[in-house]
Ligand binder design. Structure first.
Ligand SMILES: Cc1cc2nc3c(=O)[nH]c(=O)nc-3n(C[C@H](O)[C@H](O)[C@H](O)COP(=O)(O)O)c2cc1C
Length: 191
Protein backbone atom coordinates (compact mmCIF):
# COMPACT_ATOMS: atom_id res chain seq x y z
CA UNK A 1 0.00 0.00 0.00
CA UNK A 2 1.21 3.50 -0.84
CA UNK A 3 1.95 5.67 2.22
CA UNK A 4 -0.49 8.54 2.69
CA UNK A 5 1.06 11.78 1.53
CA UNK A 6 -0.13 15.03 3.05
CA UNK A 7 1.35 17.72 0.88
CA UNK A 8 0.42 20.50 3.29
CA UNK A 9 3.13 22.80 4.55
CA UNK A 10 2.58 25.31 7.37
CA UNK A 11 4.49 28.53 6.80
CA UNK A 12 4.97 30.74 9.85
CA UNK A 13 6.23 34.27 9.27
CA UNK A 14 7.60 36.37 12.13
CA UNK A 15 8.97 39.87 12.56
CA UNK A 16 12.64 39.12 11.90
CA UNK A 17 14.16 40.83 8.89
CA UNK A 18 14.05 38.83 5.66
CA UNK A 19 10.40 38.94 4.63
CA UNK A 20 11.50 38.22 1.07
CA UNK A 21 12.37 34.65 2.12
CA UNK A 22 8.77 34.07 3.20
CA UNK A 23 7.34 35.40 -0.05
CA UNK A 24 9.75 33.37 -2.15
CA UNK A 25 9.10 30.18 -0.15
CA UNK A 26 5.32 30.55 -0.50
CA UNK A 27 5.66 31.09 -4.24
CA UNK A 28 7.92 28.07 -4.67
CA UNK A 29 5.69 25.81 -2.56
CA UNK A 30 2.73 26.84 -4.68
CA UNK A 31 4.65 26.12 -7.87
CA UNK A 32 5.55 22.71 -6.41
CA UNK A 33 1.87 21.91 -5.85
CA UNK A 34 1.98 22.07 -2.06
CA UNK A 35 -0.97 23.36 -0.06
CA UNK A 36 0.34 26.18 2.09
CA UNK A 37 -1.12 27.20 5.45
CA UNK A 38 0.13 30.61 6.46
CA UNK A 39 0.28 32.25 9.84
CA UNK A 40 2.01 35.61 10.05
CA UNK A 41 2.46 37.54 13.30
CA UNK A 42 1.68 41.26 13.60
CA UNK A 43 5.44 42.00 13.65
CA UNK A 44 5.82 39.97 10.45
CA UNK A 45 3.25 42.13 8.72
CA UNK A 46 5.14 45.26 9.81
CA UNK A 47 8.30 43.91 8.22
CA UNK A 48 6.60 42.60 5.09
CA UNK A 49 5.32 46.12 4.57
CA UNK A 50 8.56 47.87 5.48
CA UNK A 51 10.83 45.61 3.43
CA UNK A 52 8.64 44.71 0.46
CA UNK A 53 5.82 47.26 0.41
CA UNK A 54 3.26 44.45 0.68
CA UNK A 55 0.30 44.36 3.07
CA UNK A 56 -1.18 41.37 4.91
CA UNK A 57 -3.60 40.70 2.04
CA UNK A 58 -0.80 40.56 -0.52
CA UNK A 59 1.16 38.12 1.63
CA UNK A 60 -1.89 35.97 2.31
CA UNK A 61 -2.76 35.87 -1.40
CA UNK A 62 0.38 33.76 -1.85
CA UNK A 63 -0.95 31.03 0.45
CA UNK A 64 -3.84 28.59 0.09
CA UNK A 65 -5.11 29.16 3.63
CA UNK A 66 -4.24 32.06 5.92
CA UNK A 67 -4.92 32.23 9.64
CA UNK A 68 -5.20 34.94 12.24
CA UNK A 69 -2.26 34.43 14.62
CA UNK A 70 -4.62 34.94 17.56
CA UNK A 71 -6.90 32.11 16.41
CA UNK A 72 -5.49 29.32 18.55
CA UNK A 73 -8.54 27.24 17.70
CA UNK A 74 -7.61 26.99 14.00
CA UNK A 75 -6.99 23.68 12.23
CA UNK A 76 -3.18 23.88 12.40
CA UNK A 77 -3.39 24.15 16.20
CA UNK A 78 -4.19 20.44 16.33
CA UNK A 79 -2.04 17.43 15.63
CA UNK A 80 -5.11 15.73 14.17
CA UNK A 81 -4.83 18.06 11.16
CA UNK A 82 -2.30 16.29 9.00
CA UNK A 83 0.55 18.38 7.72
CA UNK A 84 3.86 17.40 6.19
CA UNK A 85 6.13 20.03 7.67
CA UNK A 86 6.39 23.56 8.99
CA UNK A 87 8.85 26.32 8.16
CA UNK A 88 9.19 29.50 10.22
CA UNK A 89 10.58 32.05 7.79
CA UNK A 90 12.12 34.31 8.90
CA UNK A 91 12.18 33.20 12.55
CA UNK A 92 12.66 35.91 15.17
CA UNK A 93 14.49 35.27 18.42
CA UNK A 94 11.23 35.86 20.26
CA UNK A 95 9.36 33.14 18.37
CA UNK A 96 12.42 30.88 18.58
CA UNK A 97 12.36 31.32 22.37
CA UNK A 98 8.67 30.44 22.54
CA UNK A 99 9.15 27.38 20.33
CA UNK A 100 12.21 26.22 22.26
CA UNK A 101 10.25 26.36 25.50
CA UNK A 102 6.94 24.94 24.33
CA UNK A 103 5.26 28.29 24.94
CA UNK A 104 2.29 28.19 22.58
CA UNK A 105 1.27 31.80 23.02
CA UNK A 106 -0.13 32.29 19.52
CA UNK A 107 -1.14 30.15 16.54
CA UNK A 108 2.35 30.23 15.01
CA UNK A 109 4.11 28.98 18.13
CA UNK A 110 1.31 26.47 18.76
CA UNK A 111 1.64 25.09 15.21
CA UNK A 112 5.39 24.72 15.75
CA UNK A 113 4.70 22.98 19.06
CA UNK A 114 2.37 20.60 17.21
CA UNK A 115 5.01 19.92 14.54
CA UNK A 116 7.49 18.96 17.28
CA UNK A 117 5.08 16.76 19.22
CA UNK A 118 3.91 15.03 16.06
CA UNK A 119 7.56 14.55 15.02
CA UNK A 120 7.09 16.49 11.80
CA UNK A 121 9.85 18.38 10.12
CA UNK A 122 10.19 21.88 11.56
CA UNK A 123 12.63 24.25 9.87
CA UNK A 124 13.47 27.48 11.68
CA UNK A 125 15.02 30.08 9.38
CA UNK A 126 16.40 32.10 12.29
CA UNK A 127 17.71 35.62 11.79
CA UNK A 128 19.67 37.69 14.28
CA UNK A 129 23.20 38.93 14.66
CA UNK A 130 25.09 38.77 16.90
CA UNK A 131 23.58 36.02 19.05
CA UNK A 132 23.32 36.25 22.83
CA UNK A 133 23.47 33.18 25.05
CA UNK A 134 19.67 32.87 25.19
CA UNK A 135 19.48 32.73 21.38
CA UNK A 136 22.21 30.09 21.23
CA UNK A 137 20.64 28.01 24.01
CA UNK A 138 17.22 28.24 22.38
CA UNK A 139 18.65 27.04 19.05
CA UNK A 140 20.26 24.13 20.88
CA UNK A 141 17.00 23.26 22.63
CA UNK A 142 15.04 23.43 19.38
CA UNK A 143 17.63 21.21 17.69
CA UNK A 144 17.47 18.73 20.57
CA UNK A 145 13.73 18.47 20.04
CA UNK A 146 14.21 17.72 16.36
CA UNK A 147 13.85 21.11 14.70
CA UNK A 148 16.27 22.10 11.97
CA UNK A 149 17.86 25.50 12.58
CA UNK A 150 18.51 26.95 9.15
CA UNK A 151 19.75 30.55 9.15
CA UNK A 152 19.39 31.87 5.60
CA UNK A 153 23.04 32.63 4.98
CA UNK A 154 24.45 33.19 1.49
CA UNK A 155 26.85 30.67 -0.03
CA UNK A 156 29.49 32.96 -1.48
CA UNK A 157 31.29 30.02 -3.04
CA UNK A 158 28.48 29.88 -5.59
CA UNK A 159 29.34 33.49 -6.47
CA UNK A 160 25.81 34.94 -6.36
CA UNK A 161 25.40 38.05 -8.48
CA UNK A 162 22.14 39.37 -7.05
CA UNK A 163 20.18 39.42 -3.79
CA UNK A 164 17.48 37.40 -5.55
CA UNK A 165 20.02 34.67 -6.27
CA UNK A 166 21.08 34.57 -2.61
CA UNK A 167 17.47 34.34 -1.49
CA UNK A 168 16.68 31.61 -4.02
CA UNK A 169 19.68 29.60 -2.92
CA UNK A 170 18.48 29.43 0.71
CA UNK A 171 14.88 28.76 -0.31
CA UNK A 172 15.86 25.94 -2.65
CA UNK A 173 17.93 24.36 0.10
CA UNK A 174 14.97 24.46 2.46
CA UNK A 175 12.74 22.95 -0.23
CA UNK A 176 15.28 20.17 -0.65
CA UNK A 177 15.28 19.61 3.12
CA UNK A 178 11.50 19.24 2.95
CA UNK A 179 11.87 16.72 0.15
CA UNK A 180 9.98 18.85 -2.37
CA UNK A 181 10.30 17.49 -5.87
CA UNK A 182 11.84 20.03 -8.22
CA UNK A 183 13.89 21.69 -5.48
CA UNK A 184 17.01 22.96 -7.15
CA UNK A 185 19.66 23.86 -4.59
CA UNK A 186 22.98 24.82 -6.09
CA UNK A 187 25.43 21.95 -5.76
CA UNK A 188 29.12 22.26 -5.02
CA UNK A 189 31.05 20.15 -7.48
CA UNK A 190 34.54 20.74 -6.22
CA UNK A 191 37.14 23.31 -7.17
C1 LIG B 1 12.71 46.29 10.97
C2 LIG B 1 12.78 45.26 12.03
C3 LIG B 1 13.68 44.21 11.90
C4 LIG B 1 13.78 43.23 12.89
N1 LIG B 1 14.66 42.21 12.70
C5 LIG B 1 14.74 41.23 13.64
C6 LIG B 1 15.61 40.12 13.43
O1 LIG B 1 16.29 40.01 12.42
N2 LIG B 1 15.61 39.14 14.35
C7 LIG B 1 14.82 39.19 15.47
O2 LIG B 1 14.87 38.26 16.27
N3 LIG B 1 14.00 40.24 15.70
C8 LIG B 1 13.93 41.25 14.80
N4 LIG B 1 13.07 42.30 15.01
C9 LIG B 1 12.29 42.36 16.25
C10 LIG B 1 11.03 41.52 16.19
O3 LIG B 1 10.16 41.99 15.20
C11 LIG B 1 10.34 41.57 17.59
O4 LIG B 1 11.13 40.92 18.55
C12 LIG B 1 8.97 40.97 17.57
O5 LIG B 1 8.43 41.06 18.89
C13 LIG B 1 8.95 39.53 17.11
O6 LIG B 1 7.65 39.02 17.27
P1 LIG B 1 7.15 37.73 16.52
O7 LIG B 1 8.17 36.66 16.71
O8 LIG B 1 5.85 37.40 17.19
O9 LIG B 1 6.97 38.10 15.09
C14 LIG B 1 12.96 43.30 14.03
C15 LIG B 1 12.05 44.34 14.16
C16 LIG B 1 11.95 45.30 13.17
C17 LIG B 1 10.95 46.41 13.34
Amino acid sequence: MQPVVHPRVVVGVTGATGAVYAVKLLERLRAAGRETHLVATPAAILNVHHELGLDRQALEARADVAYNPADVGAAIASGSFAVDAMVVVPCSMKSLAAIAHGLSDNLLTRAADVALKERKKLVLMVRETPFNLAHLRNMTAATEMGAIVFPPLPTFYHRPQTIAEMVEDSVERVLALLGIEGAAPKTWRGL
